[in-house]
Write a protein that binds this ligand. Structure first.
Ligand SMILES: *Cc1c(COP(=O)(O)O)cnc(C)c1O
Length: 381
């Protein structure tokens, strides 16, 4: 290798995520839109929000979408709609963001943690052993932009008479048997945290339902329990509205959403082609590996032997990686003291990590990540 090419390699920086790039991508349109919205004084529940809700509803193929403050409140409202109450138990995977469990706690119920499988999705068989007379619902988490085995989840819920409350916060646009994530249970929840595939410039979320009666309740819940026609408070609600300016920003991003998903899937194909034969790695299922699913690759989460050494090596090569949830699954937060049946998740604790995955990565960036990984394991052989 010539010294020139080796310095080109060492100087390349591939941060785990590119926050400033999100703004730079459509800077002029964002600034024009922000100026327009603010100069109209259109801050809360204005036409941009309603237009965003309509566009998102047609993308997902649901009747009703409500922009809300964040994904966690969307999950909390979905659990309320499912009738989950104090004393109930709700089964969810331990390999998820704490928000899934926190939402259960917020409605007064108890999260009970089950395992995941090698694709990092909920392992329904491990949930069987956790069912009690108090179990009210199961929360499949559509993690990393992939859908769970929704046939198995649905059969399990039917068998035990449970409600399904999907955490689809990471999976806007993912499909199982052609059906969109967010449309399987009582209500679907999405997060627009900036690093989510559809991210805003702050916090945001959405809850989606087909049922008209539930939609009426959600309309009130997110706006202090007010009847939207009379303005009268008809129940105790929340201040859980999505900011109008954030909705306007996401209207711009929605226009290129399909293209952004395809870019992520192309990157996943490259990772598969270049790393699929590295024995020390377990990669997520490849985009075309499974005709039941359309995965959107919110994240590219792998398992790696000698993970900590690999991460250090990648950091030296300018490649940022992270461990989801800061390296701790919910059953490992001692102070939450939750019941868990999660041997696979436990064993994967020392192996799981995420590679850079977003639509702004160049082919050279992706190849640099792959080169750096193969270089590491060659050195270990
Ligand atoms: C992002 C996320 C949420 C919700 O997060 P907010 O920050 O409240 O928008 C919930 N569950 C999962 C799995 C997530 O990744």
């Amino acid at each position: 290798m010539s010294s020139q090419s080796s310095s080109a390699v060492t100087e390349r920086k591939v941060p785990f995520f590119n926050y400033p790039g999100l703004f730079a991508e459509h800077e002029q349109e964002f600034m024009d839109t922000i100026r327009d919205v603010l100069s109209r004084g259109a801050y809360i529940m204005q036409k941009d929000l309603f237009e965003f809700e309509e566009k998102l509803a047609s993308f997902i193929g649901v009747k009703h979408v409500f922009g809300v403050a964040d994904g966690t409140v969307a999950l909390t409202l979905a659990l309320k709609l499912a009738g989950v109450e104090p004393g109930d138990e709700v089964i969810l995977p331990s390999h998820t963001f704490v928000a899934t469990a926190a939402a259960v706690n917020h409605v007064g119920a108890t999260p009970v943690l089950c395992d995941c499988g090698p694709d990092h999705m909920i392992d329904v068989a491990s949930a069987e052993q956790l069912v009690t007379a108090k179990t009210k619902a199961i929360m499949p988490v559509q993690l990393n932009g992939r859908t769970c085995d929704m046939d198995a989840v649905t059969a399990f819920a039917d068998k035990h008479g449970l409600k399904i409350v999907e955490d689809s916060c990471q999976a806007l646009g993912a499909r199982f048997r052609g059906k969109m994530a967010g449309t399987f249970g009582v209500a679907g929840s999405f997060s627009f945290y900036p690093a989510k595939v559809l991210g805003c410039f702050g916090d945001g979320g959405a809850i989606v339902v087909d049922d008209d009666e539930k939609a009426e309740i959600l309309r009130e819940y997110r706006d202090h329990g007010r009847d939207q026609t009379t303005g009268k408070v008809v129940r105790f609600g929340y201040n859980a509205r999505l900011d109008n300016v954030q909705a306007a920003i996401m209207l711009i991003k929605l226009r290129t959403y399909d293209r952004d998903l395809e870019r992520r899937r192309a990157i996943a194909v490259t990772y598969q082609e270049r790393l699929g034969n590295v024995d020390a790695l377990l990669l997520p299922p490849a985009p075309e590996s499974d005709n039941l699913r359309y995965d959107i690759f919110q994240n590219y989460e792998i398992e790696a032997e000698k993970r900590d050494g690999l991460r250090e090596h990648l950091a030296q090569r300018g490649v940022g990686t992270i461990m989801q949830w800061g390296g701790h699954m919910i059953h490992q937060f001692d102070k939450l003291a939750l019941k868990a049946n999660a041997p696979y998740a436990e064993a994967m604790s020392s192996k799981y990590m995420m590679l850079p995955m977003h639509h702004l990565l160049s082919d050279d960036d992706v190849n640099h990540v792959c080169d750096s990984i193969t270089e590491f394991y060659r050195g270990q052989a």
